[in-house]
Design a protein around this ligand. Structure first.
Ligand code: UDP
Ligand code: MG
Length: 315
């Protein structure tokens, strides 16, 4: 009998968990397979941990890992992958936006043997502000053009994967994690399962526009060197242009004399070039910061409490 592991990252989900658990439990009990539910409490400030302790006491299928502080959803997912023991492993949000009811179908697709993972994709962006949708679409266009990450528009983190793929993901132990990119980067055959967007069952989304923008920029920097190359090309181009301008100015001086005018346009050019230099430095700084954090080799998360016997506490 194979075993299914479901990883559920939870950050302040006291309102959603009482809805999530019964639904997930019902779906999982009906399966012919063994299963485990691994909840990762990502430093919640509400009663999430208490709820998880209760669930674990009542249900032997429930396991939890509780972080010492909020490490972010990426770290929570990684902790789940590292500690999951199933043959098939899935990540699922606690707010029922990733419907557990899709699981039986996803398992069937993996069982058929042709695919290594089943990923889900929202069919539409209903109920989302139009500005956010526009930026989201642009983000997917850009990242797919300039990286190997192969990120599908509307892709959610909700996916069921076979052991081989999970092992590959665990092996990618980089500190700056961007799972949407990692899933695509490791390859394997993925079946895309579209479904209609569902609203969060209770509680509030942890994302706002600025957090999403930062996430998008991080994603691009983690999987592409194009911004870095772009700044060298920009520098190369500007040097060329200024060299030509220098020749033109010298020739004009020799031929026509030196009429002093146009300091305003001069200032504009100076500021413009200054801006480009700062921008390029900023891009380089972004990469440098990633290298800096990566070179520290800090753990992805620190677990302060768990009911898993030999939980990998720090990774
Ligand atoms: N989450 C987490 N750590 C965080 C933020 C979010 O573990 O720092 C979890 C959250 O509890 C939920 C999932 O990640 O299970 C998705 O979060 P949310 O529903 O806020 O995101 P959205 O669905 O709006 O993209
Ligand atoms: Mg959600």
């Amino acid at each position: 009998m194979k075993k299914i592991s479901i990883i559920v990252p939870c950050y302040n989900e006291e309102e959603a968990l009482p809805f999530f658990y019964p639904v997930a439990h019902e779906v999982l009990e009906k399966l012919p397979d063994d299963y485990e539910l691994i909840f990762v409490n990502d430093g919640s400030k509400d009663k999430t941990l208490e709820i998880l302790r209760d669930l674990a006491a009542k249900d032997p299928h429930v396991f939890y890992i509780s972080f010492s502080r909020n490490f972010g959803k990426e770290a929570a997912m990684y902790a789940g992958f590292v500690n999951a023991s199933g043959d098939y492993v899935a990540v699922m949000d606690a707010d029922l936006q990733d419907p557990p009811a899709l699981l039986p179908e996803m398992i069937k697709i993996l069982d058929s043997g042709e695919y290594d993972s089943v990923a889900t994709r929202r069919e539409d962006r209903k109920g989302e502000p139009p500005v956010r949708s526009w930026f989201a679409r642009k983000f997917y266009q850009i990242i797919n053009k300039i990286s190997d990450a192969d990120v599908v528009d509307g892709a959610r983190d909700f996916r069921l994967m076979k052991r081989d793929m999970v092992d590959a993901i665990v092996e990618m132990s980089e500190y700056n994690r961007f799972s949407k990119g990692i899933f695509g980067w490791v390859g394997f055959k993925t079946y895309w399962l579209p479904y209609e967007n569902v609203e969060r069952v209770a509680g509030e989304s942890k994302w706002n526009f600025w957090k999403l923008l930062k996430y998008a920029i991080d994603g691009i920097i983690n999987f592409s060197l194009v911004p870095l190359n772009l700044s060298s090309w920009m520098g190369f181009f500007m040097t060329g242009v200024s060299f030509i301008m220098l020749i033109v100015i010298v020739l004009r001086k020799l031929i026509k004399g030196d009429p002093v005018a146009g300091w305003a346009s001069l200032i504009c050019v100076v500021i413009f070039i200054g801006g480009l230099v700062m921008l390029s430095l900023g891009v380089m700084g972004q990469y440098l910061a990633k290298i800096y954090m990566e070179s520290k080799r800090r753990p992805h998360y620190i677990s302060s409490e768990s009911n898993i016997k030999d939980v990998k506490k720090i990774d």
